[in-house]
Every structure is written in C-alpha cells, then in structure tokens.
Design a binder for this molecule. Structure first.
Ligand code: 4NP
Length: 156
C-alpha cells in the first residue's frame, strides 16, 4: 500500500480539501486498494474539528465526500507510516523539517512541485485569502499530477 499524507497549517482548509479530492480520484480510478490518503496539520489548534465551512462548501458543490474527516496534528510517527508527505507551502516544509529532518526514504514535497507548468509554487491559504475556489482549482490540478507521478513511479 502506498500512503500519502497531505499537510497544511491547521488541517481544516487546504489539506483536508486535498485529502477529499485525492480520495475522490482514487475511488473513480479504482485505486483505493493500492493507495491510501490522510491529512494532518502542523498545529493542533483545530484537532477533532471537521473541515472549514469554505472547504465543505466547495466539496459539497463538487459532490466530493469529506465524511468522517477530522483534523489532527502531524506527528513524528507519520514518517514511518507514509510514503509521501505533501505540504501546501514553504513554511509547512520548514516546519516539517523541524519535526523530522531525517530522510526515511520518503518523499516530502509541496503539492505544486508536481505541476510542471505551474502558475503558483504554493497553495494559497483560503483561511486568509477567503478564495476557496482558487485553492480548489490548484488542489485538483496538483492532485491529478501527484497521482500521475505515483502511478508512473510505482507502475500502477
Ligand atoms: P489551513 O488554513 O492550514 O489550510 O487549514 C488555516 C486554518 C486555520 C488557521 C490558519 C490557517 N488558524 O489560524 O486557525
């Protein structure tokens, strides 16, 4: 099983959106027996909470399920459980390196790194921008490229 963990600051806006979008693609592509997905936050401020209403609103509009999803904080153990830790911005990467800087042969990268002709290097935080539509656009683009990368690398 290949395991992907999306990480953002609070785990209520961007990374749960990415988790839901990525899982939706996995279901449609019949890959749920090969690839698993989860999300977590650098900070524990919103632990146990469901995604932000802005994230829920756009997922509802796109008919993408976020059922049962609850915020949690990233932990050092995640480096043992996941093959990919996919962050949203440069600050997430810095914070992740503070939690665990050892290379455990897993890929730690930003979602937009997988998009070759990208207009953004980071996924903007809609908690501050209020623009959940634009974040959704980037998240879907990123997830689709990330999946292509994983399929090619692992031959699936
Ligand atoms: P996220 O956005 O990292 O995309 O979940 C944020 C959520 C909450 C806060 C900041 C960013 N906050 O300050 O509570």
């Amino acid at each position: 099983m290949i395991k992907v963990l999306f990480v953002c600051l609070g785990n209520i806006c961007r990374s749960p959106m990415a988790e839901a979008v990525f899982r939706d693609i996995l279901v449609k592509e019949k890959l749920t027996d090969k690839i698993e997905v989860d999300s977590s936050g650098i900070e524990g401020w919103h632990v146990g909470k469901m995604p932000h209403h802005g994230t829920r609103k756009i997922l509802d509009k796109q008919q993408i399920s976020y059922e049962g999803m609850k915020a949690r904080q990233v932990s050092k153990k995640d480096w043992k459980n996941f093959n990919y830790i996919i962050a949203m911005d440069d600050q997430n990467i810095k914070d992740l390196q503070k939690i665990n800087s050892q290379n455990e042969e897993i890929i730690v990268a930003k979602l937009m790194d997988f998009v070759e002709e990208r207009e953004e290097q980071e996924v903007p935080d809609p908690y501050y921008t209020g623009n959940f539509d634009y974040t959704y656009e980037l998240v879907t683009e990123g997830c689709s490229h990330l999946l292509s990368y994983i399929r090619e690398k692992h031959n699936i």
